[in-house]
Design a protein around this ligand. Structure first.
Ligand code: BES
Ligand code: MN
Ligand code: ZN
Length: 497
C-alpha cells in the first residue's frame, strides 16, 4: 500500500516579539488590553483619555465586566492607532496562568486578523513570558485536512521589554503545537513507524540522538509488551529512544510516554463512542517527544532520555487474546486479561528499559485509564509515585505550568487484585473501583528497587472534546509537555533556565 506522508508541524505560523511601545499609538490590527473586574483597565496607560473618557461607558454598555475569560471587541474609530480594541477580563486578580489564559482567549477570538499587540499588566519577565506563551498557544489551529483554511494571528507583539522571553515562549509554544498536531493527526496518517520517522526527523534537527527499535529488534530484545499490543495490527510497533546530554549536567531524567497511535481496545473491543477519539492515545509519547525537543533547543544543563512506546492496538487474526501470557522486558510474565488495558503493557517495557539508563528519576506520561476521568474530570491529571517528594515535585511543576494535576496514592492492598493464577501479575484487577490507582500499582512493579518514579495519568487532559477555553483548543491539547520541560529545568545544574 502506498501511503501519503502528512507533514507535521515543521513550520510554526505565529511569531512573537517584545516591544515596550505605547499601546495608544502602536500600529497593529488589534490592541488587546487586560481589565480587572469592574471593569478596571490594567496595564495600558492613557487609554481612557484616548477614547475621550468614553471607553469605560462603552464597555459597560457592552455588558463587559472584566471577568476572567471574558472578551469584548470595540471598534476604535481612530481614537487609537489600532482599528480594533479587544478587552479581555482578568477577574479580581491574576496569576501567571490567568495571564496565559487571558492572552489565549483574546488571541483565539481574533481568528482572521493578521497582527495583534498584547497590552496586559506585565511587571516581570515571567509575566511577559506568560502573555507571549498564552497568545501563541491561543493562535494554534489545525486545518491540514480542511478546504476552508483558517487564518490565525500570524504575528503577536507583547508590549513589554525583557530579554530572551520571546525565544523561550516560542520554543515552548512550538513544542506544544507539535504535540497537538500529532494528537490531531488521524491514525491513517500516524502509525508507529511514521511517528518514529517524525521523531528521527524533528528530533534529529533539534540535536537529539534518536534510536528506533523495529518489530524484529523488539522481539529479539524481549519487549513482550510492545510486541503483544502491536501484533494485531498491520502497522508493527516501535520503541524510540531520544537522548540529550549536557556536559555540565549533574542529573539524568528519563521520560516514558504511552504511544498507542490508535486504541480500538483490541479483541476486548471498545464501543464506537469510546473509540472515536482514541487517536489521542499517543498523547503521552507526544508529550515526551515535544519535551525532549524543547529541552534540547533550550540547552538545559541536564541529561534527558525519552522513550516513545509506540503500537497500534487492533483486533485481528494475529491479535493477542485475553488470557495470553506475555514476557515483559523486565523478565516478569504478565497475563493479559483485557487487551484494552494495553497502555500499561507498553509502558512496563519502556519503564524497565529506561531504568537501565541509571536515571535519577523516571516519569511516565500516559492516557492510561478512563478511571482518571471518573475520579478527577477532564482537566486534572492524577499523579502517582513511589516517593512522596517526587510526587509533590511533579504536582508543583504542573501547577507552575498551569496544568491541572493532583497527587494520588498507590494503595498496597490493590496489588493483590493483580494476582494471576498463571503468571507473575495480571494486567487487570477483577473490580473496576480504583482502576486509576490499580494501573499505577501495576506499573510500579516494573520500576527496579531504588529507582525514583512518577506516573502521570492524563486520559482526560490530553484531548479536549468540548469547546475551546483560554489557550486550549478543541482536540489535542499538548498537555504535560510544559510540565515535563519544567521538571527538566528543576533538575538542571545551576540556574538552568
Ligand atoms: N486509552 C484508554 C484510556 C482512556 C480512556 C484514555 C478514555 C482517554 C480517554 C486505555 O487504554 C483503556 O482502554 N483503559 C481501560 C482500562 C481497563 C480495561 C482496565 C479503561 O480505562 O476503561
Ligand atoms: Mn485501551
Ligand atoms: Zn489506551
Amino acid at each position: 500500500m502506498r501511503r501519503r506522508k502528512a507533514s507535521i508541524a515543521s513550520v510554526y505560523v505565529t511569531t512573537v516579539r517584545l516591544n515596550s511601545a505605547d499601546p495608544v499609538s502602536y500600529d497593529t490590527d488589534a490592541l488587546i488590553v487586560g481589565f480587572h473586574s469592574g471593569p478596571a483597565a490594567a496595564g495600558a496607560e492613557g487609554l481612557e483619555e484616548a477614547f475621550g473618557g468614553k471607553l469605560a461607558a462603552t464597555l459597560e454598555a457592552l455588558g463587559f465586566k472584566g471577568k476572567a475569560g471574558e472578551v469584548a471587541k470595540v471598534p476604535t474609530f481612530g481614537s487609537i492607532a489600532a482599528p480594533l480594541l479587544v478587552a479581555v477580563g482578568l477577574g479580581d486578580s491574576h496569576d501567571l496562568e490567568g495571564l496565559r489564559r487571558a492572552a489565549g482567549s483574546a488571541v483565539r477570538s481574533l481568528e482572521g486578523t493578521g497582527r495583534a499587540a498584547l497590552a496586559l499588566p506585565v511587571a516581570t519577565a515571567e509575566e511577559a513570558e506568560a502573555v507571549a506563551l498564552g497568545g501563541l498557544l491561543g493562535a494554534y489551529t489545525f486545518d491540514r485536512y480542511r478546504a476552508d483554511k483558517q487564518s490565525p494571528i500570524r504575528s503577536i507583539d507583547v508590549l513589554a521589554s525583557f530579554d530572551g522571553v520571546a525565544e523561550r515562549a516560542s520554543v515552548l509554544a512550538e513544542a506544544v503545537a507539535l504535540v497537538r498536531d500529532l494528537v490531531n493527526t488521524p491514525p491513517s496518517d500516524l502509525w508507529p513507524a511514521r511517528f518514529a520517522e517524525i521523531a528521527e526527523e524533528i528530533g534529529g534537527k533539534a540535536g537529539l540522538q534518536v534510536e528506533v527499535l523495529d518489530e524484529k529488534q523488539l522481539k529479539d530484545g524481549g519487549y513482550g509488551g510492545l510486541i503483544g499490543v502491536g501484533q494485531g495490527s498491520a502497522n508493527p510497533p516501535r520503541l524510540v529512544r531520544l537522548s540529550y546530554t549536557h556536559p555540565e549536567a549533574a542529573k539524568t531524567l528519563a521520560f516514558v510516554g504511552k504511544g498507542i497511535t490508535f486504541d480500538s481496545g483490541g479483541l476486548s473491543i471498545k464501543p464506537t463512542s469510546a473509540m472515536e477519539w482514541m487517536k489521542s492515545d499517543m498523547g503521552g509519547a507526544g508529550a515526551v517527544f515535544g519535551a525532549m525537543v524543547a529541552i534540547a533547543r533550550l540547552g538545559l544543563k541536564v541529561n534527558a532520555v525519552g522513550y516513545l512506546c509506540l503500537a497500534e492496538n487492533l483486533p485481528s487474526g494475529t491479535a493477542q487474546r485475553p488470557s495470553d501470557v506475555i514476557h515483559s522486558y523486565s523478565g516478569k510474565t504478565v497475563e493479559v486479561l483485557d487487551t484494552d488495558a494495553e497502555g500499561r503493557l507498553v509502558l512496563m517495557d519502556g519503564i524497565a528499559r529506561a531504568a537501565e539508563d541509571g536515571p535519577d528519576l523516571i516519569v511516565d506520561v500516559a492516557t492510561l485509564t478512563g478511571a482518571q476521568i471518573v475520579a478527577l474530570g477532564w482537566r486534572t491529571a492524577g499523579v502517582m509515585a513511589n516517593d512522596d517528594e517526587v510526587r509533590e515535585l511533579v504536582v508543583e511543576a504542573a501547577a507552575a505550568a498551569g496544568e491541572g494535576a493532583w497527587g494520588m496514592p498507590l494503595p498496597e492492598e490493590l496489588r493483590k487484585g493483580l494476582d494471576s493464577p498463571v503468571a507473575d501479575i495480571a494486567n487487570l484487577q477483577p473490580e473496576r473501583w480504583g482502576s486509576m490507582l490499580a494501573a499505577g500499582v501495576f506499573l510500579k512493579e516494573f520500576v527496579p528497587d531504588g529507582v525514583k518514579w512518577a506516573h502521570i495519568d492524563m486520559a482526560g487532559p490530553a484531548f479536549n472534546k468540548g469547546e475551546p477555553y483560554g489557550y486550549i483548543p478543541k482536540g489535542g491539547t499538548g498537555a504535560f509537555v510544559r510540565t515535563l520541560i519544567g521538571l527538566a529545568e528543576r533538575h538542571a545544574s545551576g540556574a538552568g533556565k
